[in-house]
Design a protein around this ligand. Sequence first.
Ligand SMILES: C[S@@+](CC[C@H](N)C(=O)[O-])C[C@H]1O[C@@H](n2cnc3c(N)ncnc32)[C@H](O)[C@@H]1O
Length: 283
Amino acid sequence: MTEHQGVSLDWMTGEGEELRPPADLRPEIPHPARMYDYYLGGKDNFPADREAAEKVMALSPLVRISALANRAFLQRAVRHLAHQGIKQFLDIGTGIPTAGNTHETAQQVHPDARVAYLDNDPIVLVHSRALLAGASQGRATVAQADLRDPEAILDSPEVRKVLDLGQPVALLLFAVLHFIDEADDPYGIVRRLVDALPSGSYLALSHGTADFISPEEAGKGPAIYRNATAQLTMRTREQVLRFFDGLELEEPGLVTAPLWRPDQALQDTDAETGIWAGVARKP
Ligand SMILES: C[S@@+](CC[C@H](N)C(=O)[O-])C[C@H]1O[C@@H](n2cnc3c(N)ncnc32)[C@H](O)[C@@H]1O
């Protein structure tokens, strides 16, 4: 077993792969990607991630429910987009691979669907490379990139290698924009990316919200993330709706994640799950 600070790192390697040095993984600092992995019941996390995630989950049972609902929305949205004829996906803020990743879901509909995965957390890259090695036959790539630098994303050779930005692309921003605060101009970032894509492209996004909890509770989540590698900025439905300016929202519009084209019976809590979710087409 390979260990770092007493924690097994065997999960970081793909079959037959050498372990990459964990120097930039900073296991002592909570990472949102690994906290999210813990919410989803994954094992790719360190004690600092679990401790921070447990504190967030103690605030409300809806935290884990929201994470699972977000992941299920991702899969329904990607399937829907594939059925609209979309074969190219730009998935930013990818997260640690888990069941039903974008390329797996899209390739069930179009075996030749192509996906560029981008995330700014090095741990995501380590995992994704292991997952993609051999599995995607060049139709999926993963690269380190920061959503706050849309120009670098659009110019990225990694992205250009798998995506033709002259053809319709689905831009996927699932549970990542709440890590971009106002000072970094999240609306300008989304506009820049959407502007670079041709008509017939789509924007699919989900975003954490405090719309259904008290202002006192709402302040606690971001406070816990303050020690993590990315800060949390919850937004109201109205603020999330602004990301879709100039685009045509698909039915049923911007709703909580479980309410977006559900494929199973709804639960009582679904209308108040803390994730807004929507998919829109660029006219
Ligand atoms: C909650 S996870 C979401 C994972 C996946 N998109 C999903 O919805 O299941 C958020 C991801 O966004 C990434 N992230 C946070 N800030 C980012 C940034 N500025 N640029 C790129 N990725 C970022 C984190 O590293 C993490 O992997």
